[in-house]
Design a protein around this ligand. Structure first.
Ligand code: ACO
Length: 161
């Protein structure tokens, strides 16, 4: 196998990025982004730079990505690196690529003085859970994860609470 290169994504990587996002959605049995969603993903990654993206390549073949952004902890008074997606194509798993990507995230978190790195993982994804626990991450048992979806937001915006 050729050497694996992991680097920050460039606008010319947009198609590769979207293909990997679709693969992760398939893996997670979730709906992939719509056509307009794909345009927003590319815009928010490369134009507004709201999202940060690492890609891994074997030669010219894109095979993994990590997508992240920053939130903030008021109590720590430090930013949190929030990992939205981490994905390695199936044939390349178990070869240390996910670990190398995570090491880059760790260096980024240190560089930007983050107090935490956080993410969510589906309850059935035992292999990823093993991977995360293997690097010393712990599940937040004392917190519940909440969400208002877009339809609920518009309803509340129209009608109030
Ligand atoms: N295949 C093989 N090993 C795995 C796998 C897998 N599918 N998943 C986790 N591991 C374990 C291995 O046991 C290994 O431990 P070891 O070193 O003691 O043998 C450890 O993870 C490290 O292995 P890496 O080779 O660095 O991990 P990999 O490159 O496979 O990346 C990842 C791990 C990202 C979980 C990858 O397997 C993957 O993309 N899985 C499918 C998508 C997924 O679950 N993504 C995470 C969703 S949560 C989120 O996105 C925030």
């Amino acid at each position: 196998m050729q050497d694996i290169v992991i680097r920050k994504a460039k606008p010319k990587d947009s198609r590769a990025f979207l293909k990997l996002v679709r693969e992760l959605a398939k893996f997670e049995r979730l709906k992939p982004p719509s056509e307009s969603g794909k345009r927003r993903l590319v815009q928010d990654t490369f134009r507004t730079k709201r999202l940060k993206l690492l890609l891994a390549f074997s030669g010219r073949v894109p095979l993994a990505y990590a997508l992240y952004f920053f939130t903030y902890s008021s109590f720590l008074a430090k930013p949190t690196l929030y990992l939205e997606d981490l994905f390695v194509l199936e044939t390349y798993r178990g070869q240390g690529i996910g670990s190398r990507m995570f090491e880059m995230l760790i260096r980024e978190a240190r560089r930007l003085h983050c107090g935490r790195i956080e993410w969510a993982v589906l309850t059935w994804n035992s292999k990823a859970i093993k991977f995360y626990e293997g690097i010393g991450a712990h599940q937040l048992k004392e917190w519940h994860y909440y969400r208002l979806d877009e339809s609920r937001i518009s309803k509340l915006a129209r009608k109030g609470i």
